[in-house]
Design a protein around this ligand. Structure first.
Ligand SMILES: Nc1ncnc2c1ncn2[C@@H]1O[C@H](COP(=O)(O)OP(=O)(O)O)[C@@H](O)[C@H]1O
Ligand SMILES: [Mg+2]
Length: 332
């Protein structure tokens, strides 16, 4: 992890510019689920992406590897990985990047692990797919990576089928799969959301430990701001398919400059009043086909003024590295 004041342009590993990803269903108008996302990821950095469910986090993540759900297409934008625009690459090059240079961990490990193959086989296959001439080392590598992600008795566990493992162990297998090729970037999309709280804490600890030994950059996606603030260097907040705030973690938590971030922070119970009813944010994330004009957050915003319902917001840098899309950030 690096200090924010040391971030330099030539340390950028991934840069998303003005990404638009839409659903083209039956109707004439596309559903604009991701609408103008900008993102910069630096080498060895952990970037958190936060927002309520339906904000377009997964769709943004999937756009990076062009593994989109049916009906979704990238309508506009560019995604530079080490200087190459992923969106214009030939399939062959894209396949090289996927799983070897950029890997992904998903929320539901069960749906990505093949139930009829042993977990050891599946992890070693991720390695041999990219290093076909090194088949003889694949097993050794798999056992080694299982050990690293905290799977006990790895030489036995590799022979297990997914259903023989707990949710937490399956997520460790997915993490092993994401790590085995020592990628430049790991995208973890809600990797702890399906786990109970104790296991969640263990997986977060695992991520922290892995960060010490690997040089990968991580994009950690979650709806849980306190959780991601434990490991992220920087946090980007999304709302309704757009960026609304971005800052180094400490700054974002201590001095939010967007009402949405502020409400995400206020919905966290204070430690001393653990059992107090959670303060939730009134209303809900708009359906992308029914986004309000102006700032999409204005109908839920207690600071909203007249112009918020007409003027489309854009990100401005208020302090070095701290961006907000709120016109009235000085009132917060
Ligand atoms: N097939 C679809 N057609 C139209 N909209 C969709 C479809 N699938 C998902 N969406 C919409 O795309 C938006 C973004 O979804 P997603 O990226 O999964 O959000 P998140 O990961 O932040 O919860 C959601 O508002 C969802 O309603
Ligand atoms: Mg999601």
């Amino acid at each position: 992890m690096q200090k924010q004041d040391k971030l330099k342009d030539n340390d950028i590993i991934l840069e998303i510019k003005d990404l638009h990803t839409y659903f083209y269903n039956n109707s004439k108008n596309p559903v604009k689920a991701v609408e103008g996302i900008n993102l910069t990821l630096y080498k060895k950095e952990v970037l958190g992406i936060v927002g309520e469910s339906g904000c377009g986090k997964s769709l943004t993540a999937r756009s990076i590897l062009k593994i989109l759900p049916t009906g979704a297409k990238i309508a506009q934008g560019s995604i530079f990985f080490n200087g190459e625009d992923i969106l214009t690459l030939k399939q062959k090059r894209l396949n090289e990047i996927r799983g070897k240079m950029i890997s992904m961990i998903f929320q539901e490990p069960s749906s990505y692990l093949n139930p009829v193959l042993t977990v050891g086989f599946q992890v070693s296959e991720t390695y041999t797919a990219h290093f076909p001439n090194d088949k003889k080392n694949a097993l050794k590598k798999t056992i080694q990576i299982f050990k690293e992600v905290g799977i006990p008795d790895p030489s036995k566990r590799i022979k297990n089928y997914p259903h023989e493992l707990s949710g937490g162990q399956k997520q460790r297998v997915m993490t092993a799969m994401a790590l085995i090729n020592n990628p430049d970037i790991i995208i973890a999309d809600e990797p702890t959301t399906s786990l109970d709280v104790t296991v969640q804490a263990q997986i977060i600890k695992l991520f922290k430990d892995l960060l010490k030994n690997h040089s990968s950059s991580i994009i950690f996606i979650t709806h849980d701001l306190p959780l991601v603030s434990e490991i992220a260097d920087r946090i980007m907040v999304m709302y309704a398919g757009m960026n609304v705030e971005e800052a180094p973690t400490k700054e974002l938590i201590s001095k939010p400059l967007h009402p949405y971030t502020k409400s995400l922070l206020e919905s966290i119970p204070p430690i001393t009043e653990k059992w107090q009813k959670l303060k939730t944010i009134e209303g809900q994330v708009p359906d992308p086909s029914e986004k309000p004009a102006g700032c999409p957050f204005h109908p839920r915003c207690i600071y909203a003024e007249k112009d918020c319902s007409t003027k489309k917001p854009y990100m401005i840098e208020v302090e070095k590295g701290h961006y907000t899309s709120c016109y009235h950030y000085d009132k917060i």
